[in-house]
Design a protein around this ligand. Sequence first.
Ligand code: F6R
Length: 242
Amino acid sequence: AEIVIVGSEEEAGALVAGTVLGTIARRPDAVLGLATGSTPLASYRALAERIAADGVDVSRVRGFALDEYVGLPEGHPESYRAVITREVVEPLGLTPGLIHVPNGSAEGIETAGDDYEAAIEAAGGVDVQILGIGRTGHIGFNEPGSSFASLTRVKTLTEPTRADNARFFDSPDDVPMHCITQGLGTILRARHLLLLAFGEAKADAIAAAVEGPVTSSQPGSAIQLHPHTTVIVDEAAASELA
Ligand code: F6R
């Protein structure tokens, strides 16, 4: 992987925005892979600003979120559908009907994974996949033990991940137990991976992903199997790299 160490999240955001806009310039109907969580927010802000400033036509851009909680009531503000609408679709001015999020509602959950894979395939695959990483080493919600060949499916969230995400909910008990996530195999099919991480809490996960053995006990290490990965980290997240 190519490792880029930046001074701030804003600097990372500018780099991500540049990469994504370059892709859209070559391909106005580019397919973006969208992470949620805190990590990509500066990138989404930078993208929104540059799209507005440069008058970029993003009306044909397509997108696929990485994951979704299972079982939240429809319209819940912390569902990833709601988050993607609020943080990405609206500020960037994307076309809502072209932005996909896995279906985490109880109805249809059995076929939601296959449906999502089929939709990604029908779109011709993901051009640029933005990724964060969890303290457990997860990418998407592929927690340790996930197969490198896995596709979109329902998973159980680990307790450390539920605790990390409790900040978005009124009470820790409100964090769903399950999610539906793109698999590591799905993520590895994207043509360019952009893995972002900021802060000391991510240093071990980044070192394991970039330099550790390729092992399913560190799902982030799957990036070592990908021919085109860019890792953008601040000094703190880079601090355990050799
Ligand atoms: C989000 C996702 C997760 C997060 C990771 C880091 O769609 O799939 O892998 O990227 O949990 O979360 P933050 O960025 O909130 O630290």
